[in-house]
Design a protein around this ligand. Structure first.
Ligand code: PMP
Length: 285
């Protein structure tokens, strides 16, 4: 049985409790982060801490813990649950005001803090990465503040189900004719030596993996273009891939039934996955 963290306590998962009045439960009024663990160490922990602070501040919530305290809890959970490869999930909600009300409660209501681990042995050696993902495109019906990492994930879940029903691995959201991102990842296309991905704005989540991969891509002498692209442009690209903290760099080999290149993972995606994993393992804490 897992040991989870709730508001200062480490508890068996069956004993962990959150109020029915918690605003995370009633209003999806909460934010989260997912940090990967490889070889028992945290990948890009600093990046996740920074984004957590930003998400909280955009929602006028105080960060209940310091970066050092967050790190200590992450490490304690990794140790207690004997995680070699996997993830640490962290969630902060606006807490339990004791009743249901749309307005934010007074400042003295304490946020709810929940963390748990997920064990995924061999996470970085995923056989799927050798085959790549197939994706479909679907309309982006999410709200307009996708830069905030909220727990309001119903439409991304619906998107994942649409993909599943279509027999593919994921869905890419399209808004005003342009790809925004995947259900839980950032989207890229590759043309020659050029890697293209949508620029940062409130339209997409500012991926922690995206930031690292773009940095490594420039160091590896790829040209990086941050701009919009359409599904048609993606379908005629040499290759495509997605990034996220748990999938790292995942090649995309088919978009709306159209194979890219010869239908196998492309060189840029394969190379960026290799570089990302190597560099991030070195920097893991
Ligand atoms: N976009 C969305 C909508 C996501 O949910 C995620 C994963 N949380 C990402 C992008 C990728 O972000 P990261 O690299 O920080 O995991």
């Amino acid at each position: 049985m897992r040991t989870v963290y709730v508001n200062g306590d480490y508890l068996p998962e069956t004993e962990a409790k959150v109020s029915v009045f918690d605003r995370g439960f009633l209003m999806a009024d909460g934010v989260y982060e997912v940090t990967s663990v490889l070889g028992g160490k945290l990948i890009d922990f600093g990046g996740h801490c920074k984004r957590l602070s930003r998400s909280l501040s955009e929602l006028e919530m105080k960060n209940p813990l310091s970066d050092e305290e967050w790190l200590a809890i992450h490490r304690e959970l990794v140790a207690r649950n004997d995680i070699t490869d996997g993830m640490v999930y962290l969630q902060v909600t606006r807490g339990n005001p004791g009743d249901r009300d749309f307005a934010y409660p007074a400042d003295d209501v304490q946020p709810t803090v929940v963390l748990f681990t997920q064990s995924k042995p061999g996470l970085a050696e995923s056989p799927v990465a050798k085959v790549g993902w197939k994706v479909i495109s679907i309309p982006d019906a999410r709200w307009a503040r996708r830069d905030i990492k909220t727990v309001q994930l119903l439409y991304p879940s619906m998107g994942k189900m649409m993909a599943k029903k279509a027999g593919v691995d994921d869905a890419w959201f399209v808004e005003d004719g342009f790809v925004t991102e995947g259900t839980s990842n950032n989207a890229y296309i590759v043309k020659g030596n050029k890697i293209v991905t949508r620029a940062l704005s409130n339209d997409i989540l500012h991926g922690i993996t995206r930031a690292a991969v773009l940095r490594f891509a420039k160091e590896a002498q790829f040209d990086v273009e941050e701009r919009n692209f359409t599904i048609e442009e993606a379908q005629s690209a040499d290759e495509a891939f997605i990034t996220s903290a748990s999938a790292f760099v995942m090649p995309v080999v088919e978009i709306d039934g159209k194979s890219l290149g010869n239908g196998t993972p492309g060189n840029a995606a394969r190379r960026m996955r290799e570089i990302y994993l190597e560099e991030m393992r070195k920097a893991a804490i």
